[in-house]
Design a protein around this ligand. Structure first.
Ligand SMILES: [Zn+2]
Length: 330
């Protein structure tokens, strides 16, 4: 036998041997691809902007967006005001609720629209600095930018007590590991008025017979909103609430975030507002003993809240592996 034939025979035998090994699972095909089912998700939240978004805050959000594709931006209310903005002061004078001039989009809505908020929640200033017609327009202004306005405890007094705006949205985030559905529930403090006048929305002259706000805690517990959001597909639930953590004065009974966190099930994190304080992260236990994170980004865009989620897919469902929050000066 020639050398060439011998080598040919050896090669054939090696190939046959390898085929046999593979066939009988003696040599397993190497599969180094282990799917990583972990996903990171970020929620950025502003609150109590009172008329303007500082340039630094705009730049901060734009930078975060470049770094992080799985990012949601929400606002917890009290943006419709002139305290923090010359442009809004002019707007109220020329085009506001009491003006005869043709309405233009409020500068703050344009700023929020350009920044691409995923949802905004109504605060008390959206009511007290407004009247019903102008509030209707405000909601439409946001609609023009494709931004949903939320408040689950806000009802029309007539019209069979329909919701005035959307109670919640379920935002789908397309991650490399698959779609994550984030439920965002909006709620507004019932006591919208200043301390020297009528407190509740239903008692404000410009809303009489049109709108009313129900108590935040009662609303969530009676309607079981977190449960409903999960039933409708939400993997996690964030409550964005225009209300403070707790009331220090017996007069201001509307600040009920702590009570909301402790008396409800199914909320993963809460963005608080209204009291203008900076809360990086407070932790409470809900009815089932699970942790609820509370964060509040101060006022005027001086801080922004950042909630970080690590989710992992188990048995076809996303579960929270880790969550934390902080506030940052942009
Ligand atoms: Zn407020």
């Amino acid at each position: 036998m020639s050398n060439r034939k011998i080598w040919g025979l050896i090669l054939t035998m090696v190939i046959v041997f390898l085929i046999v090994l593979t066939k009988f699972d003696i040599v397993k095909p190497v599969n180094t691809f282990v799917p990583n089912r972990e996903v990171k998700l970020t929620i950025l939240a502003t609150a109590d902007l009172h008329g303007a978004i500082p340039t630094k805050l705009v730049e901060y959000v734009q930078e975060e967006r470049k770094k992080d594709k799985n990012l949601i931006l929400v606002d917890a209310g009290d943006f419709f005001d002139s305290t923090n903005s010359v442009l809004m002061t002019q707007w109220f004078r020329l085009s506001g609720p009491n003006s005869n001039h043709q309405r233009r989009t409020p500068p703050i809505v344009r700023e929020m629209g350009k920044l691409g908020y995923d949802a905004v929640v109504l605060g008390n200033h959206e009511f007290v600095s407004n009247d019903k017609d102008s509030l209707d327009e405000l909601v439409l202004d946001f609609t023009d930018y494709g931004i949903p306005v939320l408040s689950a405890n806000l009802y029309e007094t007539s019209n069979y007590h329909a919701h005035y705006v959307n109670p919640y949205i379920i935002k789908e985030i397309e991650t490399e590991q698959g779609i994550v559905k984030v439920g965002i529930l909006g709620l507004t403090i019932k006591e919208v008025g200043e301390s020297n006048g009528p407190r509740e929305l239903k008692d404000l002259l410009q809303y009489k017979g049109t709108l009313e706000l129900k108590d935040i805690v009662q609303e969530v517990n009676s309607k079981r909103w977190p449960e409903l959001l999960r039933y409708n597909g939400a993997d996690i639930v964030i409550a964005v609430v225009h209300s403070g953590e707790e009331s220090l004065k017996s007069k201001d009974t509307g600040n009920r975030i702590k009570e909301l966190a402790q008396s409800t099930d199914g909320i993963d994190a809460i963005v608080a507002a209204h009291t203008h304080v900076n809360i990086p992260e407070h932790k409470y236990k809900n009815k089932s003993g699970e942790t609820v994170i509370v964060t509040q980004p101060g006022r005027y865009g001086e801080y922004i809240s950042k909630i970080n989620f690590v989710l992992v897919k188990e048995n076809g469902r996303w579960t929270v592996k880790d969550k934390s929050s902080l506030t940052q000066k942009p």
